[in-house]
Design a protein around this ligand. Structure first.
Ligand code: ZN
Length: 182
């Protein structure tokens, strides 16, 4: 049986007992599950701009006029979803023993000569949006660049009104910044 809306809300909020979560996620999903979840999130944010896809606990891709942007649930906007939103977050880099030991006390701390911990924080609400643990100097990871038009057209069967070009804009933004600061 398909889960009711109360169950989906509890699932989104992490309030559902583990056995019920397993039950819901392991069963075939009803055709309109994605839309049902979007409606819950849309009502919760109170935005008039349409949510196209949730990205994480706090982040959403929304349609704002002709643009598709990443927005935090506090309202902070990170720009075009095709550019890695992390570049516009506040970034706390833990790359020395002192800062790493605040998270990993004592011997459990990773070797700061090998890797670093990056915390991506919303500039407005200060929510911790993402953490990545990477080798020193590793490029900032672009977690997800969803093919929105392909997803809506081919998976949901409800194409979005104006399809946009689907490509990663991150290198161009970084290139522009490089020229500006050169
Ligand atoms: Zn925020």
């Amino acid at each position: 049986m398909a889960p009711g809306n109360d169950d989906l809300v509890a699932l989104i909020d992490g309030r559902l007992p583990a056995n019920e979560v397993r039950d819901i996620v392991s069963r075939p999903k009803e055709q309109d599950r994605f839309q049902r979840v979007l409606e819950i999130l849309q009502a919760r944010t109170g935005w008039t701009d349409r949510i196209l896809m949730p990205l994480s606990e706090h982040l959403y891709i929304v349609q704002k006029g002709a643009e598709r942007i990443v927005r935090c649930d506090c309202g902070h906007e990170f720009g075009d979803y095709r550019c890695n939103w992390k570049l516009r977050a506040h970034i706390l880099v833990r790359d020395d023993l002192e800062s790493l030991e605040q998270i990993y006390p004592g011997l459990s701390a990773p070797n700061p000569e090998l890797g670093e911990l990056r915390e991506f924080i919303c500039p407005d609400c200060a929510s911790l949006l993402k953490v990545e643990s990477v080798p020193c100097g590793y490029p900032v990871i672009f977690d997800a660049l969803p093919d929105l038009d392909g997803f809506y057209r081919e998976w949901l069967g409800t194409p979005l009104p104006d399809s946009g070009e689907f490509r990663d804009l991150t290198p161009e933004v970084l290139g522009d910044w490089g020229r500006t600061t050169a």
